[in-house]
Design a protein around this ligand. Structure first.
Ligand code: PBG
Length: 323
């Protein structure tokens, strides 16, 4: 009790504060999302994500070497698919020589030790912009899951280390795991976007890949943001189905969910600080209303404090330069 105990004692010097801090950031914590396009020497800034770019595949080797030299250990690949290659059955997603499969090889050739993660979902390949096959306005679960497992196999064959299904279909982790095992990809990691909410925070990402749904929304497969118990159900089922890492997405508005999972599941937890979170900070900082770097680090630390061990973030490169 005061004055025998004073909370401020341990805050009284920089050295004490540094010695006693509970959480820190390390380059190993980060996953760097990459937006890859076809073509040559193309680097296009995403208008709603200032300072973040879509990049043609030929620019990847230099970029990847640079990320590695900063201590970053993993990238998460997304591709932007031209409209004429989109359909309702993921044909291009299965192409062993498709942009994703070539991007995986390119990254692995540039820096073999870089952990290559791939986003698995149909939306960038879908003429409807949905994560599954569409029939009469419905998103079909089981036929989609079949295709997702085949897509995942092409990623593993191209050299992906980690398959990250982001579609929120039921049972996809099991199907992917079974196929990978059957084909002897026994060490391919599955990082499931287990707890992915139907969120307004994905807007800028959908601009980046031109992948917004052209009818309806994603609420029949992505989670209702009013729910927390459901998060545990999703994560536990995915782990049973063979997921090695479970992810919570978006990040900032879902710290309670990260914390809940970190107390209740044994698998490592990743979180994804998504495009809208990036855009909001950039916009406020551009206006001069907040201190960009202070808030960036504060938010990233909050994920660690909540219990995440991996953070997918568009700030990775900037953050490692500060820590
Ligand atoms: C695709 C996918 C999305 C994101 C990652 N994978 C968008 C969506 O589900 O609509 C969002 C990432 C971000 O906003 O940064 N299934």
């Amino acid at each position: 009790m005061y004055p025998i105990q004073r909370n401020r004692r341990l805050r009284s010097s920089e050295s004490l504060r540094t010695m006693l801090h509970e959480c820190s950031l390390n380059p190993n914590d980060f996953i760097v999302p990459l937006f890859v396009i076809d073509g040559k020497q193309k680097k296009e800034e995403i208008s709603s994500m200032p300072g973040y770019y879509r990049m043609s595949i030929d620019l990847l080797p230099k970029h990847i070497k640079n990320l590695w030299s900063l201590g970053l250990k993993s990238v998460l690949i997304f591709v932007k698919v031209p409209d004429d290659l989109k359909d309702n059955k993921g044909t291009e997603a299965l192409n062993p020589d498709g942009l994703m499969q070539r991007a995986i090889k390119t990254v692995k050739d540039a820096v073999p030790k870089m952990v290559v993660m791939t986003d698995v979902a149909l939306d960038p390949y879908s003429s409807y912009g949905h994560d599954g096959i569409v029939e009469k306005g419905n998103i079909l679960n089981d036929p989609t899951v079949n295709i997702l497992s085949k897509i995942s196999l092409t990623h593993a064959q191209a050299g992906a280390d980690v398959i990250a299904p982001s579609d929120m279909m039921d049972g996809r982790v099991l199907k992917i795991r079974e196929l990978l095992e059957a084909e002897n990809y026994v060490n391919t990691v599955i990082m499931s976007y287990s707890v992915k909410y139907a969120s307004g925070f994905y807007g800028p990402f959908r601009d980046a890949l031109n992948s917004a749904p052209n009818f309806g929304d994603k609420k029949t497969y992505q989670m209702d943001f009013r729910n927390r118990k459901e998060a545990l159900i999703e994560a536990k089922r995915d782990i049973k189905e063979g997921a090695d890492i479970v992810m919570v997405k978006p990040g900032m508005a879902y710290l309670d969910v990260i914390s809940e999972l970190s107390k209740n599941v044994d698998a490592p937890i990743a979180t994804y600080q998504v495009s809208g979170e990036y855009a909001m900070l950039k916009a406020a900082a551009e206006k001069g209303w907040v201190d960009h770097n202070q808030i960036m680090i504060e938010q990233l630390i909050s994920f660690k404090r909540a219990g995440a061990s991996l953070i997918a973030t568009y700030f990775a490169e900037q953050a490692v330069k500060l820590i």
